[in-house]
Design a binder for this molecule. Structure first.
Ligand SMILES: *Cc1c(COP(=O)(O)O)cnc(C)c1O
Length: 486
């Protein structure tokens, strides 16, 4: 493909994507394929000779589209949203076109410098304490990680490094292996599985903290565990708080947990993967109160801030904690000006060396929507969730299972788990709307998340009508079965 063909095909691809997104609501949101469906549809080896672009595109329709779960559909209510917007898509295209890899400042100065400034912009939008911003002379700063999972892992590894150093200073005889074997991290029993996984990857013990009736971790509970562990010779070193848990969007009480962690020399990381975007609205910003006690904070613009995957924003109060943890300087990555003190080398801030120019997406989206446009978008989703909650509450057959704070509604049919499982199974089978479940206090609960950029009131109403109709059918079928039994 030469530049002339790329021009033509590129314009066609833009049309293809725009057509797809404009008509997405007419598609079945959840695909009707079985595991392994794809292998038999394409050859078992890569072609020896080049094929035509037309043939490739034909197979996108034939092979790929039938196996797509349409995350951008207004009928998609599973998990949490996966952000998408036209400005971000265009920025991503530019990023691909530039094709630079910004691991050091010199590897592409604009890539590094825009990222630093965009994370400051975003930090200011969230009213993060000054400490977290890079500014021109601050000690903090932001970085774009690929995912919240990576941010949590980086925070845990940096905390581990700091803890080992700290213990080693007071007790130089102790080996690093011995110290690490005694380290204990904590997180909520409601935390995302990536936190427990970070503990496994980081090779440290991790304990789950029980939550209160609102599914929030309280300082009292953590304090007891820390005291027990210290008495048993362990070294508490890391607590990952969650603002907006994945099952029910619950918020750990960081205003009381923060002071405890600070007093105990425990690194507090905040995972606000989903909820973080809402903190740009003054009315939701109180949910972030207590962030001033944190050592690191992270959320995913790629979930709810109209920036396509991947873009996870992370800030640290002391960037030397992160950068210093795993610093290596091979000759081939050295350059002039490196020691000027003004440059950032993002390769020290995360796990991979190579990194894409992801801040372009933030820049385009911030400028094309403005802060007011982004706030309006968040507010609309929260309002739609409230509408759904109200409809659930009006139907006596259902119950709400957790407080609705943002764009997620946890609900269930009053009755057995089996009944609710059957309801979800039927919904998934029909593929008109897509939801996933969660477990709350051991019970099977349905999660309705407002996800799509184009989700409107009518979609939410249609979804509720569909759910109530399916529920009536299920309940009739159940009572028929009951009568035939007798
Ligand atoms: C979605 C989610 C994650 C995982 O996000 P990734 O960016 O995919 O790693 C982590 N924590 C919470 C609370 C989440 O909701």
């Amino acid at each position: 493909m030469d530049a002339a063909e790329f021009r033509r095909r590129g314009k066609e691809m833009v049309d293809f994507v725009a057509d797809y997104l404009e008509n997405i609501e007419h598609r079945r949101v959840y695909p009707d394929v079985e595991p392994g469906y794809l292998r038999s549809m394409i050859p078992s080896e890569a072609p020896l000779e080049p094929e035509s672009y037309e043939d490739v595109l034909k197979d996108v329709d034939r092979v790929i589209m039938p196996g797509i779960t349409h995350w951008q559909s207004p009928h998609f209510h599973a998990y949490f949203p996966s952000a998408s917007s036209y400005p971000a898509l265009l920025a991503d295209m530019l990023c691909g076109g530039l094709g630079c890899i910004g691991f050091t400042w010199a590897a592409s100065p604009a890539c590094t410098e825009l990222e630093t400034v965009m994370l400051d912009w975003l930090g200011k939008m969230l009213q993060l304490p000054e400490d977290f911003l890079a500014g021109t002379k601050g000690q903090g700063g932001g970085v774009i990680q690929g995912t919240a999972s990576e941010a949590t892992l980086m925070a845990l590894l940096a905390a581990r490094c700091k803890a080992v150093k700290c213990v080693h200073e007071s007790d130089p005889q102790r080996s690093e292996a011995d110290i690490i074997s005694k380290l204990i991290a904590y997180t909520s029993e409601e935390a995302h599985s990536s936190v427990e996984r970070a503990g496994l990857i980081g090779g440290v013990g991790i304990r789950m903290v029980a939550t209160d009736e609102h599914f929030s971790v309280r300082a009292e509970t953590l304090e007891k565990m820390v005291a027990e562990d210290k008495a048993a010779g362990f070294i508490p070193f890391f607590f990952c708080a969650t603002l907006g848990t994945t099952p029910s969007c619950a918020f750990d009480k960081i205003t009381e947990l923060g002071p405890l962690c600070n007093a105990e020399n425990i690194w507090m990381h905040i995972d606000a993967a989903y909820a973080g975007s809402s903190f740009i609205c003054p009315e939701f910003r109180p949910l972030l109160d207590g962030v001033e006690f944190a050592d690191s904070f992270n959320f995913n613009p790629h979930k709810w801030l109209l920036v396509n995957f991947d873009c996870s924003a992370m800030w640290v109060k002391k960037r030397t904690d992160l950068i210093g943890a795993f610093k290596l300087d091979p000759v081939y990555l050295k350059y002039d000006n490196q020691e000027s003190g003004l440059v950032t080398d993002y390769r020290h801030w995360g796990i991979p060396l190579g990194r894409r120019f992801r801040s372009l997406k933030l820049w385009f989206v911030f400028r094309m929507y403005g802060q007011s446009g982004l706030q309006a978008y968040i507010r609309k989703h929260v309002e739609l969730a409230k509408v759904f909650e109200t409809m659930v509450k009006k139907d006596k057959r259902f119950e709400i299972c957790a407080e609705v704070v943002l764009g997620l509604v946890c609900f269930r049919l009053k009755g057995s788990d089996e009944l609710n499982e059957a309801l979800l199974k039927e919904m998934t089978h029909l593929g008109r709307i897509h939801l996933v479940p969660c477990k709350l206090r051991g019970r099977f609960v349905l999660r309705f998340a407002v996800c799509g950029r184009t989700t409107e009131l009518r979609h939410v109403q249609e979804a509720w009508t569909h759910i109530t109709e399916l529920s009536s059918e299920l309940q009739h079928a159940a009572s028929r079965e009951f009568h035939t039994m007798w």
